[in-house]
Design a protein around this ligand. Structure first.
Ligand code: ADP
Length: 256
């Protein structure tokens, strides 16, 4: 019987080792699949705006001399807009990669949040954006261009996901601990079941191309940047539209 027991033990050992091996193989496969789907998604996101820039510039090169100055200007503006979009995409991708590897360098400095927000909203030049500041506001310790990128992503989404012409409201307030920046729009809002998912890297409900497809980078990067500042990015439960709130820890002792 001791022989039977030994055989049983050996079989049990082999089975458990096989199970471990099988699981590690499955995990490796899943990682490889994830990597290739990310590569596919990134290549697709890069290809569309690049084709459009190449197309526009080729037209300029070939037919530019036959176009009026206004037509030339229009083509150049289109190529430049598309280049800016591509640049923002690559910036988001870069920050996402740094966040994943824990390599985001902050070099914080004390900033007036009003200046940061005004600089971001100026880039949109959209009459839809309304900003309300409570006063006085405390200073915050931020890496300005990173916080600007997070806010840019939130405002860009608010404009993108709500009807043309509807207002996008940015409200800034503070208590003794937190400075809050709310970004509200009058779009369809975010269904309860996707409230956590929307912050995942590469999660996007937006399909389509010609630069209109979603990248699924905006919210993941915004959240990562805000959290790297010791803050939080959340969705507020509101009846209509979406409201995202960025909370940043305030520098003590200063009000401006
Ligand atoms: P993308 O906009 O490229 O899809 P994001 O990470 O910025 O990627 O957003 C992820 C998803 O969250 C979007 O696809 C959309 O479904 C949802 N979302 C983000 N912002 C808003 C908003 N203001 N209103 C409604 N849905 C939003």
């Amino acid at each position: 019987d001791i022989v039977n027991l030994m055989i049983f033990l050996v079989i049990a050992l082999i089975t458990s080792q096989l199970a471990v091996y099988y699981r590690s193989q499955q995990e490796a496969l899943k990682k490889a699949q994830l990597r290739s789907s990310i590569l596919l998604s990134v290549s697709h996101d890069l290809r569309t705006p690049l084709s459009s820039i190449i197309g526009t510039l080729s037209t300029m090169q070939e037919y530019g001399h036959r176009l009026t100055p206004a037509e030339q200007q229009e083509l150049l503006t289109a190529a430049l807009d598309e280049s800016h979009r591509l640049h923002r995409y690559v910036e988001n991708l870069l920050q996402a990669t740094k966040l994943q590897h824990g390599e985001l360098r902050l070099n914080l400095s004390e900033q007036s949040i009003m200046q940061v927000i005004n600089a971001v909203t100026e880039r949109f030049a959209s009459p839809r954006i309304q900003v309300q500041f409570d006063r006085p506001l405390p200073q915050v310790q931020v890496r300005e261009y990173l916080l600007a990128q997070a806010l840019y992503n939130l405002i860009d989404n608010a404009l993108k996901y709500s009807p043309q012409g509807s207002p996008v409201l940015i409200r800034v307030s503070a208590d003794s601990q937190w400075l809050s920046i709310q970004v509200s729009d009058q779009g369809p809002g975010i269904p309860l079941r996707t409230r956590d998912k929307v912050f995942e890297l590469f999660y996007s409900t937006r399909q389509g191309d010609a630069g209109e497809g979603g990248t699924g980078l905006g919210l993941a990067v915004a959240k990562g940047i805000v959290e790297a500042h010791g803050g939080r990015l959340e969705i507020l439960p509101v009846d209509t539209g979406s409201t995202f709130v960025v909370r940043l820890p305030v520098c003590r002792g200063e009000q401006r």
